[in-house]
Design a protein around this ligand. Structure first.
Ligand SMILES: [Zn+2]
Length: 425
């Protein structure tokens, strides 16, 4: 192993500041608690929107979406309504491991599929489709398969049997830990990044089990975090004095009360229409539609010259933004406002790819989960999820105090990414 000062990053996907603090204080995560007591511990602001592909892309590049080019899990091909799934080849800024000193081992970072040659080892995180395109160098594929390594939890199991889902979550975690232990020992690394993503899956389906100590799955939920804390303890024990350990999440989480299908509101307000007799999807959008939403709640104006059925003239963009802002800011669910923030892309993004971003990005009030859901029959509903992402309460934990000025008060995922780049280069 290298003797130069090393950087280790452990990601806990979706884990909120308050949960980590609580698990530290209540003895679930004693090793993490020691770091919290002696190091730097802050809330971290997620990306806008607060989803993993955008946020982790900012963490690994130190850039905002208009620079790195990842705005969501789904987007349209430029100038069309046809859907595409952006992946690692769309990330326009080099991740830290491509500018770092020495070798890096990168395990399970979301939105880094398919892998490409780099100095070290890279195992992609979700969404990763083909195992063979998820591992660099490819000689490691058989070894990982022998470990029963899984690229992601099979979340579909949660829809049929919560016991099967939890078993899958646990096996996925065990295999991830086995892979980390092997690579930690056998690679001559300078930088190591390991992300746990089962945390996000667990919180989506079983936030209810976290919130209720008498829930039948409460202990299983907590055990997942106990296992992760053991890994954190191992890592700390193996660090040298000059090494830096960062533990962070990409967004926070809270209980989900209602889903709000934002395209349904656009349809009911006459702002989005489909050609008569066709299915409600973007390829059937009718001329005259003013806007549409892509997940989770990115609102695109159907602008003339930008889309084939675009009908809003560029000079009318401002008035449509005003109209949309009024529609969303006034909308209430059970007598309470549904939308907390309406961000204009100019206010949250800056960079060469800003034109690809949504015109407006909505952030919901507490308990409300936003979805595009073009085909939804109602405005609101409730699916199998009991937890949802939050914007303001991800966390950043570092194993040492930080010099003033190295990070702003309440840093963002972009600040965290820039800090990481400064450490490794
Ligand atoms: Zn999630």
């Amino acid at each position: 192993m290298s003797t130069d000062s090393r950087t280790v990053i452990v990601g806990l996907d979706g884990v909120p500041f308050g949960m980590l603090k609580k698990f530290g204080e209540t003895g679930v995560m004693p090793n993490t608690h020691e770091i919290i007591k002696n190091g730097y511990f802050s809330k971290l602001r997620s990306s806008i929107p607060e989803i993993s592909s955008v946020a982790w892309s900012s963490i690994i590049t130190g850039a905002n979406a208009a620079e790195h080019g990842i705005f969501g899990f789904i987007d349209t091909h430029p100038g069309t309504y046809s859907m595409r799934f952006p992946n690692y080849t769309d990330v326009k800024v080099k991740p830290f491991w491509e500018v770092a000193r020495g070798e890096s081992v990168i395990v399970n970072v979301p939105a880094t599929y398919p892998v490409r040659p780099m100095n070290g080892v890279h195992v992609a995180g979700f969404v990763a489709i083909d195992f063979n395109k998820s591992v660099y160098p490819s000689q490691l594929v058989p070894l990982l398969k022998d470990m029963d390594y899984r690229l992601d939890v099979d979340a579909s199991k949660a829809h049929t049997s919560m016991d099967d889902f939890l078993e899958d979550v646990d096996k996925t975690l065990d295999a991830r830990i086995a892979a980390y232990r092997y690579l930690w020992k056998n690679q001559d690394w300078q930088n190591f990044m390991l992300i746990f993503t089962g945390t996000d899956r667990l919180m989506h389906f079983l936030w209810c089990a976290y919130a209720d100590e008498n829930h039948k799955y409460h202990e299983l939920f907590v055990d997942h975090f106990r296992k992760i804390d053991v890994v954190i303890g191992e890592i700390v024990a193996d660090l040298n004095e000059n090494d830096t350990l960062l533990i962070l999440s990409d967004h926070g989480f809270e209980g989900l009360e209602t889903e709000f299908y934002v395209n349904r509101l656009l349809i009911e307000k006459g702002l989005l229409q489909f050609n008569p007799g066709t299915d409600p999807n973007l390829s059937n959008i009718a001329y005259g539609s003013k806007a549409f939403a892509l997940d989770p709640a990115r609102i695109f104006i159907n602008q003339k010259g930008k889309y084939p059925e675009g009908s809003v003239a560029p000079e009318d963009r401002e008035s449509v933004i005003t109209e949309l802002t009024a529609v969303f800011s006034e909308f209430e669910i059970n007598g309470k406002k549904a939308i907390k923030h309406i961000y204009r892309k100019e206010d949250v993004y800056s960079g060469p790819y800003i034109d690809e971003g949504a015109d407006l990005i909505l952030i919901a009030e507490s308990g409300i989960n936003l979805k595009g859901a073009m085909g939804a029959k109602q405005m609101t509903g409730k699916g199998p999820f009991t937890g949802k992402h939050t914007l303001d309460d991800a966390f950043l934990l570092i194993n040492k105090k930080i010099d003033a000025g190295q990070l702003p008060p309440t840093p963002s995922v972009i600040d965290a990414g820039q800090y990481i780049k400064s450490k490794v280069s």
